[in-house]
Write a protein that binds this ligand. Structure first.
Ligand SMILES: O=C(O)CCC(=O)C(=O)O
Length: 283
């Protein structure tokens, strides 16, 4: 059941700060879930031939930064209920900096190794929150996200880059020390619900061994104060409040165009971001 606002209570904000994650937060209603799913499947189907040739870690070319190019994703990234919750954590001024669909269809071996996002994002201060919004059910059988509570307060852990074929992360990065999986919490979500996670929480997910697709988008929101250490001026989109800092080149919300025109915009954006976040990564 969705309500008019999704602002977090002081207790929810305290739990997010203490644990490094919070779930579930209901955000999309039934019509929005259906519209999102229809648009997502059309996007995926249009790119299925390319996707079939790609290792899991290369699929960002099709699935990341879509909020900059496709109005249907922008509508999710700028959804008032999503932003109410994000504002409770970040304050009144919010930029949508990055997004990534994490998709595991039945039969796919895709997994996400344990990692900390902060290691590669070069964002300071860490006033960043990821909203993981589910269009389908997410549960242990289809490889829902898992977190290790409280690990966002620990120092950065060593990570190695594996470039493993079925790892959905762009570098196949994984934490190089033992992770106490007995402490892992499964972020179980119903369609239309989201979880929030901190930029330094240790998280990952297993493969989908069920017949239920796992389809969710992780949208990264930052405060305008945040600086990204980057060879090019990074881009972002103002989704709430104002930006008095100018650390990011602000992009306009995408407009409805032909699928080919939107795909072309998307390819340009992905290439530009690859040159910033993915510097020093293997091809
Ligand atoms: O979807 C997943 O399983 C992992 C998502 C993730 O790593 C992230 O949102 O930072």
């Amino acid at each position: 059941m969705t309500t008019a606002t999704s602002s977090l209570s002081p207790d929810q904000v305290r739990r997010f700060e203490q644990d490094g994650y919070l779930f579930p937060v209901p955000v999309l209603d039934e019509a929005e879930i259906k519209a999102g799913m229809t648009a997502f499947m059309a996007h995926k189907t249009r790119h299925d031939a390319r996707l079939a040739q790609m290792a899991a870690r290369e699929k960002y070319q099709v699935f990341s930064q879509t909020h900059f190019a496709y109005p249907w994703v922008y509508r999710i990234a700028s959804h008032p209920r999503v932003l109410d919750a994000v504002e409770s954590v970040l304050g009144p001024n919010v930029l949508a900096w990055d997004s990534n669909w994490f998709v595991k269809m039945p039969g796919e071996k895709t997994y996400v190794s344990w990692h900390q996002d902060g290691t590669y994002w070069n964002l300071n201060p860490p006033s960043v929150v990821s909203a993981w919004i589910s269009l389908e059910r997410a549960f242990p059988g289809n490889g829902c996200m898992r977190v290790i509570p409280g690990t966002h307060t620990k120092p950065r852990l060593p990570q190695r880059e594996t470039y493993a074929t079925d790892n959905a992360l762009s570098r196949g990065q994984e934490i190089a020390v033992e992770v106490d999986e007995a402490r892992a919490v499964d972020l179980v979500l119903a369609p239309g619900e989201m979880s929030l996670h901190h930029i330094w929480i240790v998280h990952g997910s297993n493969a989908n061994t069920s017949n239920v697709p796992r389809i969710g988008i992780a949208i990264r929101y930052v405060k305008p104060e945040v600086v990204q250490d980057s060879p090019l001026k990074p881009i972002a989109m103002l989704v709430r409040g104002r930006d008095d800092h100018g650390h990011f080149e602000l992009q306009r919300p995408p407009t409805e165009q032909s699928p080919d025109a939107m795909d072309a915009t998307h390819r340009e954006i992905v290439a530009r971001i690859r040159a910033t976040v993915m510097k020093n990564a293997k091809a």
